[in-house]
Design a protein around this ligand. Sequence first.
Ligand code: NAP
Length: 506
Amino acid sequence: MGIADTLATSSTPRVKPDYGTAIVGTGFGGLAMAIKLREDGRNDFVLIERGDSVGGTWRDNRYPGAACDVPSHLYSFSFAPKTDWSRLYPTQPELYAYLRQVAEQHQLLPNCQFNSTLTGAVYDEAAQLWRIEVTTAGVSRSLTARALVLANGGLAEPKLPDVPGVETFKGKTFHSSQWDHGYDLAGKRVAVIGTGASAIQFVPAIAPKVGRLDVYQRTPNWIIPRPDRPFSDRTKSLFKHVPLLRKAYRAFIYWGHEARVFGLVLNPAFMKLFQKIGEAHINRQVKDPVLKQKVTPDYLIGCRRILISNDWYPAVSRPNVDLVTQGIREIREHSIVTTDGVEREVDCIIFGTGFYATENPIGHIVHGRDGVTLASEWQNGEEAYLGTLVKKFPNLFLIVGPNTGVGHTSMVFIIESQVALIRRLLAKLRSTDGTLEVRADVQDEFNRKLQQRLSASVWSTGCKSWYKHRSGKITALWPGFTFEFRRQTQSVPDSAYILTKPTVSA
Ligand code: NAP
């Protein structure tokens, strides 16, 4: 009997749930949700967290050089400003400390169940609540909640490469989001698979200390300069004492980033001009013509996430680093063999191979009406209404759900928009204490228009990217300005969803 069966057989007529709301995850999304519930005077929520502290992405991704590509004053909660960010772009330690501090200031830790992994969630139609299974150190327990908020993160489930023989490797391996700081890389022969946003940060950080470094690149990314700099004490003091200045600065960054949507969505041809910045960056930093050819993408800039780095090209130009562009044929006990037959011995393989941005395994354990799972509903690509509500899944709310991703600005803006919507919907739900479910036709029409708009964007100009489901449908990105997303989340009509009263009284 599977988890779903176990949970389903415990189905009963209406009972009072253990919690009003169960929130999965304590990154930006889960914390924002909890803070807003508190502002509504609620304390009937639980935060289910598989890690040992809050922080989400910024707790897990602690590889050397980890930092954010969005300026700190924008990549933070609007309701929890920090005036003394050390740099323009925040580093992982600073973001992690910020999130822990926010959680402590809002006294959320008593509501957190740490080291607790969601292992099943079944909607009980008779009782109109979620039956949730949580596992800690192999021991499972059950709880119930009227509403379930999945804030488990869009990029949280590490993806390992499907290379033949990967399991036979006898040396050290780890994924970038599970960095083993206890393993000393000094002098070692190291292979890095992947050249995405994570790898371009940790490769420059480890290249000087390892013996040899083979970096396996399948697809080059467009990279532009990273205009990072520390904030002076004077600037920090100004931000502290002149709040209006900090707000104006945040707004300045916000609108500067929003302007990129003109090229990304409205007029991809404009991106050809933008590409000149990437080409000039290569020309400035790469002198070797063979390497120059290897690192130059053959697709339009913006089709995949644009990366920012000043030290990636210098790192792969180092004499102890080899940028390998041949495909990987197999991994053996102590080596990697490429399709040209070359075998390179290594002591350690670091997987910079990204995450399940689509087909997140959590989809298999969340069951809605009639036992359907998110995974079965999303076989042809993830869909939701405003990335938040999913038909056939009453009282389920997603944070960073399908088509909410943004490559051009801060996800925190999107998260706050979703949290405001969920907060309002949870209040509606409490008013009936029954169910709230998006109308199927509303979700379908929303997605039809969304895909129509995406089809004219730069992301559809012909490239392979993690923005797309394997069907080719773009399921990760919001196709427009983030203020449009906010406006739409603010104006969801009552007619978009069905709100029902309790079927049986408690
Ligand atoms: P990613 O961008 O998905 O990159 C994964 C890399 O692994 C790609 O180069 C991919 O090649 C390669 N790869 C995957 N499977 C492979 C295989 N079997 N053989 C060879 N290569 C393989 O993952 P990520 O670098 O962890 O970044 C994910 C996202 O997290 C970013 O795009 C960004 O949104 C976020 N992030 C942000 C920051 C930041 O703000 N600075 C930092 C890190 C991450 P292909 O490209 O050919 O698939």
